[in-house]
Design a protein around this ligand. Structure first.
Ligand SMILES: [Zn+2]
Length: 143
């Protein structure tokens, strides 16, 4: 069986948490293993620093974190996880990237839907208090 990978979007706190920690993402908890260099998370392949908001690819075989370009390049040649040598295909990396893209789009849509609902509620409250105001004015004989 060929293991896959999953992608996570790193936030700034992810960069200094240390070697092994649990990342909560989309209601799931993942144990991820980062190589560290001078207290900063780096790609397990080329040891370049991860930056906030960057994608990290985590292999399901050993939960190692890589930069996608580095890992793809390596996996296309070897067909293996660079850390534990279990079989891995670059297609799985592409699928995981698309998956995260879709998740992020869904999240944006959900946020926007919520914003629209909040605005609708606000408008309907305004309308209600305005019509209450008009009625009270009528009552007092202004209209
Ligand atoms: Zn591995």
């Amino acid at each position: 069986m060929v293991n896959g990978v999953f992608c996570i979007r790193l936030d700034s706190s992810d960069l200094t948490k240390g070697e092994i920690y649990v990342k909560n993402e989309s209601q799931r908890a993942y144990e991820v293993v980062f190589k560290m260099k001078n207290g900063r998370a780096v790609c397990a392949l080329d040891k370049s620093k991860f930056e906030a908001n960057e994608l990290a690819i985590i292999t399901q075989c050993c939960f190692s974190a890589f930069k996608n370009i580095q890992l793809k390049r390596e996996v296309e040649i070897t067909g293996k996880c660079p850390n534990c040598s279990k079989p891995l295909s670059s297609d799985k990396i592409t699928i995981a990237e698309k998956d995260l893209e879709i998740q992020e789009k869904d999240k944006t849509i959900n946020d926007l839907t919520k914003k629209v609902r909040d605005l609708e509620r606000e408008v309907s409250n305004e309308r209600r208090s305005f019509s209450t105001f008009i009625q009270s004015q009528r009552y007092e004989g202004f209209y």
